[in-house]
Design a protein around this ligand. Sequence first.
Ligand SMILES: NC(=O)c1ccc[n+]([C@@H]2O[C@H](COP(=O)([O-])OP(=O)(O)OC[C@H]3O[C@@H](n4cnc5c(N)ncnc54)[C@H](OP(=O)(O)O)[C@@H]3O)[C@@H](O)[C@H]2O)c1
Length: 340
Amino acid sequence: MPTIPTARTPDPRAAPALRWGVLGTGWIAEKFAIALQRNTTQQVYAVGSRSRVGAQAFAARVGAPTAYGSYEALVSDPRVDVVYVATPHNYHHAHGLLAIAAGKPVLIEKPIAVSAQQAGELAAAATAAGVLCMEAFWTLFLPKYDVLGQLVGDLGVDTVLADMGECFPPEHRIFDARLAGGPLFDMGTYPLSLALWALGDPASISAYGAPTDQGGYGEINGALSIAMQATGGGLASLYTSIVAATPTTATLAGPGHTIVIDGPFYQPGGFTVTTPDGARVRYDEEPVAHEGGLHFQAAAVARHVAAGELGSAIRPMSDAVRLLRVMDEVRRQVGIALPL
Ligand SMILES: NC(=O)c1ccc[n+]([C@@H]2O[C@H](COP(=O)([O-])OP(=O)(O)OC[C@H]3O[C@@H](n4cnc5c(N)ncnc54)[C@H](OP(=O)(O)O)[C@@H]3O)[C@@H](O)[C@H]2O)c1
């Protein structure tokens, strides 16, 4: 019977306290600010919005002392130690470059850009400027994923099944083609990144898309089904949807062993390991969602920035670029156009 390893994740409260500048004032920005305040000693010091009123309202909601009515003003504040970019996917590239040009380390929401070329440009600009640039792929920074990583290494995994399906109201930006809507960038990041993390580099993929007429700002897909074979031979079967609610579970299987991660698999929560003789071992933790999980990546950034390091071995820029190479290929096969 396998024993469940212990998470080696450092205490997020012990990370050096930095002054964060939050760029964008939407849904995830607020969850991020709350997660930092509840679970770390990081300071949500400033916020930047396209509008002064929006910045002031957000700052009041999260208790940030400084509010700027432009992103340029935020990144120019010498007291901002690190910038967190929380704008729609197709603005990550421009807003990441804005922070880097101001000499700020930057944590950019997932996916870090909308093409591998853009992600490569962010990586190159950050390297040239000597600042950290990291994709906010919070899942891999969770203690649960440190435990899973140890199990994947010990048990050997050659099969990944994962889905992420959620229904959104028609007015949500996810249906807006002008903001790179559809399931690929928002939700597809999770099953695709899980498959790449567990199986390694892709050798081939096949993608199928189902269009939806919800939205109204141009054609987008409602659901995607993606099959992937890794160079090591492993296979993944992945699904993502914005028009169907699916269990959002994941299965990692290897010779005789199976790990079934409770849904939503990308958040804190439990999983079950089943051994070849049918024995089951459980890992359990409180399924606390974003406000109880987004801070682990921020604490990692704070440790790296304080140590003068330009990236994280948990989510190196090369992995963010690799994900977008796969997404480029999915877009090519399915015919998903990027906004102009
Ligand atoms: N890690 C996660 O679990 C998670 C969850 C949800 C979303 N995300 C990612 O976070 C990013 C933002 O998602 P969200 O759900 O927070 O979006 P959202 O609620 O729509 O917020 C996006 C913010 O970006 C700013 N923005 C700049 N240009 C914009 C434009 N042309 N149209 C609309 N907003 C614009 C706005 O802030 P101002 O008006 O203040 O400038 C807006 O509030 C996405 O890339 C998404 O993939 C990650």
